[in-house]
Design a binder for this molecule. Sequence first.
Ligand SMILES: [Zn+2]
Length: 500
Amino acid sequence: MDMKNAIAKLKEVDDKSHAITHASALIQWDAATRAPKNSVEGRARTLSTLTGEYYMTLVNDEFNKILSYLEENKKELDYITTRKVEEYRIEYDKIAKIPVNVVKEYSEAQAKASAAWEEAKNKRDFSIFAPHLEKVIDYNKKFISYRGYTKHPYNTLLGDYERGLTTEDLDEFFSELKNTIVPLVNRINKSNVKINTEFTKKHYPSKEQDKLSKQLLHIIGFNMDSGLIAESEHPFTTNFNRNDVRITTHYFENDLLPALYSTLHEGGHAIYEQNIDEELEFTQLCGGTSMGIHESQSRFFENIVGRSYPFIEYIFPIIQKAFPENLQDVTSEDLYLAANKSELSLIRIDADELTYSLHIMIRYEIEKLLFENKILVEDLPEIWNQKYKEYMGLTPKNDAEGILQDVHWSEGLFGYFPSYALGNAYASQFKNTMEKSINIDEDLRNGNLENIRKWLYENVHKYGKLLTPKEIIKKATNEPLNAKYYTAYLEEKYSKIYDL
Ligand SMILES: [Zn+2]
């Protein structure tokens, strides 16, 4: 083997794995936006075959030898190739330990679990989903046993979304959040400030909301020539390459706010993907560096930008123009308060910025128990309801607004939820540093997001996976992730709103 051959082979694997991922993602996009009900079985087969192809592309003796050769000759590689080899090695080690037939079986089980979850949610009946969920969890436990773990079995899964993240880190992180959020929520409960949200619950036709969503995307800098927005049950972002990044939202005609904020949220994810350096395109390094950093970008646009007073001041006349009758007696201040009303609630995706992390803590605690083999799938609804009673003082009326509300477990995404809370913390830390060189409020008041986007591009977006999450946060803010910026941000914001 020589260097020239090894590099050529690496490019071949880049091209092929990228093509397979592109095809799978497009099929999944289609499933979520347009595909007919009876398409499940056929799609499950195709996705299972593609998953097998992906596996075979990466896991074979030849590629293993090429990676080893490149690792041995590291000194001759440029930085991008070095990082590419590292990422491929991690991916290789992750999947090579699992037999291909198990990977394919799992892909099929996942597709079926997703369909069962949807049915169960519609019928509000966990028992329809339970046997499928049990299978998906068993597969994940099997994967952990194949792959091994350090200290806690759940760490293996956590690391897939945030490299190196452990239950120890998260126990500490969440206890810090809890120490700020729980007392703050109690003070808000006693506050005399009552926020009116009635005007947000009038009739808001989907068609107008769709137009407004596109205007908002334009304002925050989403490139419509390299992306599009569609509707799905659950909002999400998918990216095939930097020139084809797609997002979805869900319009509720009796509520103005959900689509507005999910559009800003997914828009934040999409802007990240659209701005990864061109040099990394179609390689293993193209894509956000971790789920936590990805969520920091979505939350930045959703919350730090979208729920700030200056930005709402800027967009309010635009929203008012779209719905003149509904909003004729409303002010930007009213909209600001409505968008920031804090309330203990049952549904994660509707949660406000303050109580959001409590929803995540509940899921984290349950997942940890599952992978410690301390609880059974059949007991999940009861455990869920107990935790909601404990943290929120509320009990779901049925499984749909309880244990069945999230899509994640049906897709086998265990260890993913904590990224949401980490994303909030990263975002606040980015904001803290950004403020030193940019007058964020002033820019937002003028609807000018160029400086903000440029900062995010220079410090986060352009790197793709070239830098790890730890490297990104350190380089951008001069210190590792620190929850105090997030807790300080929450304290300040909510003390003002609720006059505490
Ligand atoms: Zn997100």
